[in-house]
Design a binder for this molecule. Structure first.
Ligand code: HEM
Ligand SMILES: *[C@@H]1O[C@H](CO)[C@@H](O)[C@H](O)[C@H]1NC(C)=O
Length: 498
């Protein structure tokens, strides 16, 4: 009896699928589009085979090689089945440009992010669309514009401390954990107005350590909520997780109270404190819940990303010692104090940072949901040159890191670390480079981050004569957390000039 019910349901399901597919194909033709190549699933119903091979590649740390081989086989845009949902994968620069810029109003994120994140983050710039998102962006724009210029000052002492922690006798150091601590210190100071002070051991308050542990627990809960999808509410019964969220919230709420009090006491006295995002937000609103949501929505994407970005620069330079020599020539040629202006004038430094973000973009891929029917310019037909129809509800995964390796855009040496390519602007493809995304949701911290990366690089290049790779593994093995970092760290040794 049960077997019969099962068979009837299965037949019903397949018949329904068949008619849906027919209707879909008719719509494609009606719009003058051609269907994109289809991934050849072994499991055509749920697509578990691709899910498993993707999970395997992520745990092996070679998910980009996996993506690369799929694009090699199916073309720059193709369709897959993910648990019965249609998901497009693309590395095509014109499609990515359409998703991020020309069709940005149709390709959204809230439905993909809010369910997993709202009860921890609240609603803010990272997890909403529409008016709520627009309002946040408008509030943040002037703050980040000022931050890129005024935030270098308080990096100085912290970088002094970092240099103090690097051995000068040529023994091996892993730069990744040091840089993570440094940027955790600066980002908590910039966002909340209170640094966790993790770089120099013994300077962190208990409260700050507690906050960090709780934040990581809260993130793990978000990971589980993402996996649970529609059943995310089940995760809410985890009291341990709830407690962790409360610890994070009370750390932030306390800083909000301090900032509001300071503002109300004396709005002129801002001379001593460094430039703090929270202080700026408090000038616009004193709604505590709103403030906390905004801060968390910024801290989440900010967390380790700058540290990973600059660590990757050293990962690559350590494997290309001639680049270090060339950097040294440029940096030692200019003995002015390192500030916003001098950094702007150091062209090779900037090129090295850009080239690193091309080859190892810290996130590398991203997901959008098509909230209306629309058309992407490329990927259909036998040669992939026809437009493709994207039905409302389709998820599109765009792999910009693969686009950064596209030989059609970057030439035959696309795989090589060659900062010199940035000397000629005509060798940089117009829509082919988006390490900070593009369009309305471009990373608001982009200019600040580029300046900070250049600053750290210049300081270390001034300090040390040579850098040497101490990692026996030549290639980049991925470790996927919230962002993607080097699993083997960035193990190098420095030599001091004699
Ligand atoms: C190397 C460092 C960084 C890289 C490569 C980077 C990259 C990105 C990318 C690719 C996005 C787009 C995400 C999406 O479309 O879903 C993004 C968004 C964002 N980033 Fe960054 N980021 C970095 C550092 C930072 C820092 C330090 C902050 C804050 C202090 C920050 C704040 C944000 C925010 C708030 C968003 C969301 C913007 C929105 O959705 O409108 N990022 N970032
Ligand atoms: C480096 O990349 C940024 C975007 O991340 C871009 O604005 C800048 O123009 C690039 N620099 C050069 C020299 O092309």
């Amino acid at each position: 009896m049960i077997a019969w019910i099962f068979i009837v349901l299965l037949v019903f399901y397949l018949v329904r699928k068949f008619f849906q597919q027919r209707a879909y194909e008719n719509t494609i033709l009606k719009h003058g589009c051609s269907p994109p190549p289809q991934y050849q699933h072994k499991d055509p119903i749920l697509g578990i085979d691709l899910f498993l091979s993707t999970v395997r590649s992520i745990s092996a740390g070679n998910s980009f090689i996996h993506s690369q081989s799929l694009f090699g086989k199916y073309g720059k845009t193709f369709e897959t089945n993910s648990f019965g949902k249609r998901v497009l994968l693309t590395m095509d620069s014109e499609n990515i440009h359409a998703i991020l810029v020309t069709l940005q109003r149709k390709f959204l994120v809230e439905e993909l992010r809010i369910r997993a994140t709202e009860n921890f983050l609240g609603r803010g710039v990272f997890n909403t669309d529409g008016p709520s998102w627009e309002h946040s962006r408008a509030l943040l724009r002037p703050i980040f514009a000022r931050a890129q210029i005024s935030n270098l000052g308080h990096l100085e002492a912290r970088v002094d401390a970092l240099i103090g922690l690097i051995p000068r006798d040529g023994s091996t150091v892993d730069l990744l954990p040091l840089l993570k601590r440094l940027f955790l210190d600066t980002s908590t100071e910039f966002i909340f107005g209170e640094s966790v002070n993790t770089l120099v051991p013994g300077t962190s308050s208990f409260d700050a350590q507690n906050f960090l542990g709780a934040f990581d627990t809260a993130l793990k809960g978000i990971g589980i909520r993402i996996v649970l999808g529609r059943l995310a509410f089940l995760q809410g019964i985890d009291t341990h997780w709830k407690k962790a969220c409360q610890v994070v919230h009370s750390f932030i709420d306390r800083n909000i109270d301090v900032a509001i009090q300071r503002r109300n006491r004396n709005s002129q006295d801002s001379t001593k404190r460094s430039f703090v995002l929270l202080d700026e937000l408090v000038k616009e609103t004193q709604d505590r819940l709103y403030l906390r949501s905004q801060l968390l929505n910024i801290f989440l994407p900010a967390r380790d990303s700058t540290a990973i970005g600059i660590a990757n620069v050293f990962f690559l330079i350590a494997r290309h010692p001639l680049v270090w020599d060339k950097l040294r020539a440029e940096v030692l040629n200019n003995d002015a104090p390192v500030n916003f202006e001098t950094l702007k004038s150091m062209k090779y430094v900037r090129h090295v940072v850009n080239e690193s973000l091309r080859l190892i973009a810290p996130s590398g891929r991203n997901l959008r949901l098509a909230t209306e029917d629309c058309i992407l310019p490329h990927g259909g037909g036998a040669d992939g040159s026809q437009p493709i129809f994207v039905q409302k509800g389709t998820e599109v995964m765009f792999v910009f890191r693969s686009m950064h390796y596209d030989e059609d855009l970057w030439g035959e040496d696309a795989d090589d670390f060659r900062p010199e390519r940035w000397e000629r602007s005509d060798s940089i493809p117009q829509h082919g480079y988006v390490p900070f995304s593009a369009g309305g949701r471009v990373c608001p911290a982009q200019q600040m981050v580029l300046t900070e990366c250049a600053y750290i690089l210049v300081r270390l290049v001034r300090e040390f004569e040579k850098i040497e790779n101490r990692d026996p593994e030549e290639s980049f093995i991925e470790q996927h957390k919230l962002q993607m970092e080097s699993r083997n760290g960035v193990k190098v040794a420095f030599t001091v000039a004699t």
